[in-house]
Design a protein around this ligand. Structure first.
Ligand code: SUG
Length: 445
């Protein structure tokens, strides 16, 4: 068996981080609509989490934000003139669209792509498909920039295959790794890939909130990645109706452990059978199911317990939850974790992180990271300038202090000087992360 490790690439929060209420069915996003955000605090919360993971011994990388506001998109829909004029007209005539064009939503790297590690692919490379995120306008604007960012981070085609997104239309609605869990005995050993979907492309969807992933999208990804041992469980309709817009809001897995709420899947028994069967020659899955009586579904969504990262740090024999502080503040969720730690479950510890700025938009610790299992040779081929070290954290914090505002309301988003501020910040970032001086569209113009 090849030895491999779990690495994470977190989305760096962009300077336009805001609360625009852009995601129906994401209860936190709707509840925060109109609040003033704090981009500087947001980017720092993310950096603290990245440093924690690096200190725990997991290779940690950072993904640059996509450039916002998206001037190309605004021009595509008919706004013209200088960049300043385009923005001013868009905010005046179509504020909802202007807000979408300004969103810093590429920070949620779990939606950047679906990743299949080399142990599970036909050609022995790590495969990435950027998510088309077609369900929400603001998110549908991310995938081209994300593809470019992934090419920079994983540049060596002998090890990595960075695909383009699936066709951008509702039949192939795809939200990336937020709907993917990989189970295995060891990271380098053959894994079972759960690709969780919300609806079929050809069925009528009558839910109040959108189901963001189709079965057809998940199947297409498994096919193009040459992914072995793929299973396709269905997310429960009730979970989507109650605010679980991605499966990673109610389920997380690591190694052979799948930790999930009893209401996460449409047919839990079927999911258990399919996963057990696919894993059969290699390992026995450990299902840690949390009952409604122990954790009401609303508390699961409020606390984001299942949006914890579940990691296996070197030197620890049980898994560790990297949970949002909201878990410690939600008595039912806290009790569930205390019980798991005290018993001899696969989960042996919890460390909480404060990512409240992201949480207010429905993004917990697991949303902020793209998990990538890498062998030693693959790890050596990743862009080293994007690796998180203490020095990189210090550089990025100082950079954020120089460029980020500590308050951003809707009127600030329309402020023409914000565009210049953002461009200065991103231009400097391309140097800090060795992305090249033509990385962003505004640098190529
Ligand atoms: O797609 N929120 C994101 C949160 C993504 C969370 N990711 C995972 N669960 N993996 C979304 O709904 C809100 C932006 C706003 O309302 O301004 C937003 O896009």
């Amino acid at each position: 068996m090849t030895v491999a490790v779990e690495a994470n690439a977190d989305g760096l929060v962009g300077p336009t981080h805001s609360f625009a209420g852009l995601s129906p069915g994401n209860l936190a996003s709707s509840a925060s609509k109109g609040l003033a955000s704090n981009p500087r605090a947001a980017v720092k919360e993310g950096l603290v989490k990245m440093k924690l993971l690096a200190d725990l011994g997991l290779p940690q990388f950072v993904l640059p934000p996509v450039a916002r506001p998206d001037l190309r998109f605004l021009r595509q829909i008919g706004f013209s003139g200088s960049d300043g004029e385009v923005l001013a007209r868009a905010w005046r005539e179509a504020p909802h669209i202007a807000a979408a064009a300004a969103s810093a939503s590429s920070m949620w790297a779990a939606n950047a792509a679906t990743v299949t590690p080399s142990a599970d692919t036909l050609d022995g490379r790590v495969h990435f498909t950027p998510a088309n995120l077609v369900t929400n306008l603001h998110r549908s604007l991310e995938h081209k920039g994300v593809e470019r960012a992934l090419q920079r981070l994983f540049p060596d085609e002998r090890h990595f295959a960075v695909h383009s997104a699936l066709p951008s239309q509702p039949h192939f609605a795809d939200e990336g790794a937020a709907n993917h869990v990989r189970l295995c005995a060891d990271h380098g050993a053959p894994g079972v890939n759960l690709l969780v979907y919300g609806r079929g492309a050809y069925e009528a969807w009558t839910g109040e909130y959108p189901a963001r992933q189709t079965l057809e999208a998940s199947q297409a990804i498994a096919r193009r990645h040459g992914a072995a041992r793929a299973v396709f469980p269905r997310q429960s309709r009730a979970a989507i109706a109650a605010g679980a817009f991605h499966n990673d809001v109610v389920c997380v897995g690591a190694k052979s452990c799948l930790f999930f709420h009893a209401r996460a899947f449409e047919d839990t028994d079927q999911m258990r059978r399919d996963v057990t069967q696919a894993a059969a020659p290699y390992f026995e899955p450990q299902f840690v199911e949390v009952a409604e009586a122990d954790l009401p579904f609303a508390d699961a969504v409020k606390s984001y317990l299942f949006n914890s990262m579940l990691i296996s740090p070197p030197g620890r024999d049980r898994l560790v939850l990297i949970a949002p502080v909201e878990v410690a503040e939600t008595p039912t969720a806290k009790r569930v974790v205390d019980k798991l730690i005290a018993s001899n479950s696969p989960i042996g510890d919890m460390i909480t992180v404060d990512v409240r700025q992201s949480m207010r938009n429905g993004g917990g610790p697991a949303c902020l990271r793209l998990r990538v299992v890498l062998t030693e040779a693959e790890l050596a081929a990743v862009n080293p300038a994007q690796r998180i070290t203490d020095a990189k954290i210090a550089e990025l914090s100082a950079w954020a202090d120089r460029h980020y505002r500590d308050q951003l309301g809707e009127t600030d988003l329309a402020d023409p000087s914000l565009l210049d501020e953002v461009r200065r910040a991103l231009d400097e970032l391309t140097g800090l992360l060795a992305l090249g001086s033509d990385f962003y569209p505004f640098q190529r113009a």
